[in-house]
Write a protein that binds this ligand. Sequence first.
Ligand code: FES
Length: 75
Amino acid sequence: MYVCLCKGITDTQIKAAITENGFTKLSQLNKELGICGQCGKCAKETKRIMKECQNSHEILLPWPEMILKPAYAGI
Ligand code: FES
């Protein structure tokens, strides 16, 4: 289903961008896809899709090891 008629962006494209990149902000999607870049009428539906993805835990998060390095690392 088309969400952004100005740019021809579908809900599938939005979900893919969110799940593959872990986007949590509309500005990130705007930069990646160009969504909400013209009239802005797609903002409400885009936010709803983002929330839906977040609630279903579809967003890929980095491994904890990449964030917290154990004290013994490198020994
Ligand atoms: S519908 Fe998305 S910017 Fe117009």
